[in-house]
Design a protein around this ligand. Structure first.
Ligand code: FAD
Length: 502
């Protein structure tokens, strides 16, 4: 048996959300007596820092880091998030929500929505959203946590957070440094490769210092200093499917109690986000430069704020896509250096955590461990493609006829994998996929039905039983869900109690 030299020193390059998430997680899960962690962050190169909305798996990440929820919410000006409201996506004036959790509970092993589709085919007009507790809570500005009692409607809940990403990174730093992460404030001038095997040997800083490491985590954002510039790993461009390539962001003053959901409003050349934090509101317009120029985009954003702008608009440029090998030789790219999907379903921070967890699960046996790297790249690639398809669906299934950008999205060819998912849903009203993915059937269901993709049929197993009994059961469930929602605390009351000192 050949025993390769184990990894003893990991160098994280970059101190944005990705860098500090890497430092906080790895310092908690890797053995500190055998592994050193160093983080290099530049005092001169800023972070993107606009990522403010998350999805429920972040709770798993925070637990893995050892974070206390109340302390974290206090430190990051956080609010709770129960889903995303999509305004004007199907057509102007239309609204639907992608709530977290699931609608109702399976009956006799058959999904709740299959029974609902059967009822609807027989003339039942109550929308599925009436059975989705997270949506009812969000609509009423209320919040509650999931119950572990499967009989409770609250067992169908899931939630995430909105937070100030800059504060989150700063908070993670206060956790990582006491655990031994060594922080170096400097700019990397050069990434030096080992001429023998092409791995990264060391970094040269602009002040002349040298940093050696066995393994490097590239968290340098869109610069992709190690994975792109030094190792030349190609970037797969997905902008033919997701053409948004600019964003303009601006914070605005808080004008009312924060709502527990993100709002995504369709605009002529993209969409606008609104995220309520405790100290301010985050806003941004994600757009396609072919369809609108920067000045017009900024003017649209500024005209659609619900409070006074707190700074000048900030412009960002990106290309949707991914690094096909985000792990290569002794480099792992995490965050924006590994790829970018626009924040329509708030997935970027999730991809950071996903990358770190999969990295820990396939921890390199030595500096250059191509077998583990290939496995890692396959796992990450599959997840990204599923999310890409999910995002394309939002744009593609629109009825905004006569709006040039939206006409383009409606008529474009979608990936075969998405075409198949839509065909399956139309044929039998289900959205089940062979492999376990981030967005599951309830998520797809919310967006497919929300975007008015209509199924022709439903699961034949829901044809059992008497229709009037099923209807009675549904009416009772609807009442229980409405009562449960009304009994829940207001979002701000819940939050204020949680973050109150002592
Ligand atoms: P960055 O924030 O760019 O950090 C890069 C770091 O690398 C910095 O510390 C910099 O100093 C350092 N660095 C760079 N070069 C060097 C060098 N030569 N030497 C030393 N250090 C260097 N995500 C979500 O989950 N939810 C959202 O709602 C969301 N909204 C977004 C909206 C927009 C418009 C964009 C563009 C992104 C959004 N994201 C969102 C993504 C999210 O902002 C990023 O995933 C997250 O901030 C991670 O960024 P990062 O740490 O990879 O890169």
């Amino acid at each position: 048996m050949i025993v390769a030299a184990p990894i003893r020193h990991i160098v994280i390059v970059g101190g944005g959300t990705a860098g500090w998430m890497a430092a906080a997680l790895l310092s908690n899960v890797l053995p500190p007596d055998r592994l050193r962690l160093t983080l290099v962050e530049s005092p001169d190169i800023g972070t993107v820092g606009v990522g403010e909305a998350t999805i429920p798996p972040i709770q798993f990440f925070n637990r893995a880091v050892g974070i206390d929820e109340a302390e974290f919410m206090r430190a990051t000006e956080g609010t709770f998030k129960l889903g995303i409201a999509f305004q004007d996506w199907v057509r102007p004036g239309h609204r639907y929500m992608h709530p977290f959790g699931q609608p109702g509970q399976a009956i006799k092993g058959v999904s709740f929505h299959a029974w609902w589709l059967r009822l609807r085919a027989a003339g039942y007009t109550v929308p599925l959203s009436d059975f989705w507790l997270a949506e009812k809570l969000a609509d009423e500005g209320r919040f509650d946590t999931p119950s572990s009692d499967a009989r409770s409607p609250k067992s169908t809940l899931a939630y995430a957070y909105h937070f100030d990403a800059g504060l989150y990174a700063a908070y993670l730093r206060t956790i990582a440094e006491p655990r031994g992460v060594m922080r170096v404030e400097a700019t990397v001038a050069e990434v030096v490769l080992d001429p023998n095997d092409g791995t990264v040997s060391h970094l040269i800083l602009t002040d002349g210092r040298r940093i050696d490491g066995d393994y490097f985590i590239d968290c340098t954002g869109f610069r992709a200093l190690l994975i792109g510039q030094a190792l030349g790993r190609p970037y797969e461009d997905w902008s033919h499917w997701l053409p948004a390539n600019r964003a303009v962001a601006v914070p605005s003053a808080r004008t009312r109690d924060p709502v527990p959901f993100t709002t995504a409003t369709a605009r002529s050349a993209g969409w606008q986000w609104r995220i309520n934090l405790r100290h301010r509101t985050g806003n941004g317009y994600v757009y396609v430069a072919d369809h609108i120029d920067d000045d017009q985009a900024a003017a649209t954003l500024l005209a659609n704020l619900d409070g006074q702008a707190l700074s000048d608009p900030r412009f960002l440029r990106f290309t949707t896509g991914r690094r096909t090998q985000s792990r290569y030789k002794n480099v792992l790219a995490v965050g924006l250096s590994s790829g970018f999907l626009e924040p329509l379903e708030s997935t970027s921070i999730h991809f950071i955590q996903h990358a770190l967890i999969k990295f820990a699960a396939t921890f390199p046996l030595s500096k250059d461990d191509p077998l583990s790297a290939n496995l890692y790249n396959r796992m990450i690639g599959e997840e990204l493609e599923q999310v890409r398809d999910f995002l394309i669906l939002h744009y593609h299934a629109n009825q905004r006829v006569g709006d040039p950008f939206w006409d383009r999205m409606r008529h474009m060819d979608v990936p075969d994998s998405l075409a198949e998912k839509m065909a399956l849903f139309r044929a039998r009203g289900c959205a089940i996929f062979p492999s376990q993915t981030l967005f599951q059937e309830p998520n797809w269901l919310a967006v497919l039905l929300g975007q008015e993709v209509e199924p022709d049929s439903y699961d034949p197993l829901a044809d059992a039983g008497d229709l009037s009994d099923i209807r009675q059961g549904f009416d009772a469930t609807r009442q229980i869900i409405a009562q449960t929602a009304r009994a829940a605390p207001l979002h701000m009351d819940y939050l204020s109690r949680l973050i109150a000192p002592g």
